[in-house]
Design a protein around this ligand. Structure first.
Ligand SMILES: NC(=O)c1ccc[n+]([C@@H]2O[C@H](COP(=O)([O-])OP(=O)(O)OC[C@H]3O[C@@H](n4cnc5c(N)ncnc54)[C@H](O)[C@@H]3O)[C@@H](O)[C@H]2O)c1
Length: 317
């Protein structure tokens, strides 16, 4: 008989975490979803609560945790500038103390441990697209530093535990991901545009809209997570996971308006400090080591995201 794996997902009630919990349950695992509900909600995992193999736990990763599991996915951390700048000291603590606590737990259990790192470790890149070997161009004292440097320090800790304690680690550098269950008001560009378009409000573009981003649909990203965790232990990462198809912010705004049949106009505002001008992953390593590449086209992912927000706005208005 195959024993079920026991998997801990920190930040499991958030956008990505809730999709990951769903996928891990569907794959036949026992899942502990841990969250302090700072940006995540019970609603995100409500459909999973009746599953006897799912457990929801309120806990803050900055405090030690004692549970028995085989694998840990460490996703706990507010991910949007509005949320991570709300309490920057807590953001750094969540990344750094959270990593220390999850690595300590993994060391005690000899469990595999996965870190949700970010393309923000590259800062405002002067290399384009960014391969994993690029060391980044980050402002250590700016308003985004609590997130960028917190995540960089977490990566350092992961690799020190790997070298010093032979821990089995996996580090994914996640690029912009979108899909159902994103926060409606957290300032991230896809949710912003879709919600504004559905409400026929002006779409706010920071700068002239010529800055580019790449957008990965959530199902593609979660497939990458699961493949990385299942890869041989020599595949520690860091591995970029994201969609290399590049769009300008203006193009995305125009798609959101067209696909919702909205009457919204585009409204231009000044660019915030440290906002990267270009961001696109080099995913050659993910292709080679994991046989992974994104498959969902922006138009198809946007359609599902629009359907989610349309239902969400009707339910909550
Ligand atoms: N979505 C993206 O495009 C993206 C890109 C790069 C990296 N990431 C990373 O992926 C992870 C998940 O991001 P997301 O988009 O799902 O964001 P999210 O805000 O929806 O999820 C983060 C979750 O962590 C929880 N959390 C925050 N602080 C915590 C703490 N101290 N203890 C326990 N739980 C805590 C929140 O309540 C939330 O449920 C984050 O680590 C983020 O940095 C996401």
């Amino acid at each position: 008989m195959m024993l079920r794996k026991r998997v801990l997902v920190t930040g499991g009630a958030g956008f990505l975490g809730s999709h990951l919990c769903e996928r891990l349950l569907a794959d036949g695992n026992d899942v502990i979803c841990l969250d302090n509900f700072f940006t995540g909600t019970k609603d995100n995992v409500a459909p999973l609560l009746g599953d006897p193999h799912f457990e929801l736990m309120r806990h803050d990763v900055t405090f030690p945790l004692y549970v028995e599991v085989d694998e840990i996915y460490n996703l706990a951390c507010p991910a949007s500038p509005i949320h991570y700048q709300h309490d920057p000291v807590q953001t750094t603590k969540t990344s750094v103390h959270g990593a220390i606590n999850m690595l300590g737990l993994a060391k005690r259990l000899r469990a595999k441990v996965f870190q949700a790192s970010t393309s923000e470790v590259y800062g405002d890149p002067d290399v384009h697209p960014q391969p994993e070997s690029y060391r980044g161009y980050v402002n250590p004292i700016g308003p985004r530093a609590c997130y960028d440097e917190g995540k960089r320090c977490a990566e350092t800790l992961f690799f020190d535990y790997f070298r010093q304690h032979r821990l089995r680690i996996r580090v994914a550098r996640i690029f912009n991901t979108y899909g159902p269950r994103m926060h409606p008001n957290d300032g991230r560009v896809v949710s912003n545009f879709v919600v504004q378009a559905l409400q026929n409000k002006p779409l706010t573009i920071y700068g002239d809209g010529s800055q580019t981003r790449s957008f990965c649909y959530v199902d593609d990203l979660i497939e990458g997570f699961v493949r990385l965790m299942a890869a041989p232990d020599a595949v520690t990462g860091p591995v970029n996971l994201g969609n290399p198809a590049e769009f300008t912010i203006r193009q995305l705004a125009e798609m959101a308006v067209a696909m919702t049949g909205s009457k919204s106009k585009l409204e231009f505002r000044p660019l915030p400090e440290d906002d990267p001008k270009q961001r696109r992953p080099d995913i050659a390593i993910a292709g080679k080591e994991l046989g992974w590449k994104p498959t969902v086209k922006l138009e198809d992912g946007l359609r599902k995201t629009i359907a989610y927000f349309d239902e969400f706005l009707r339910r909550t208005s």
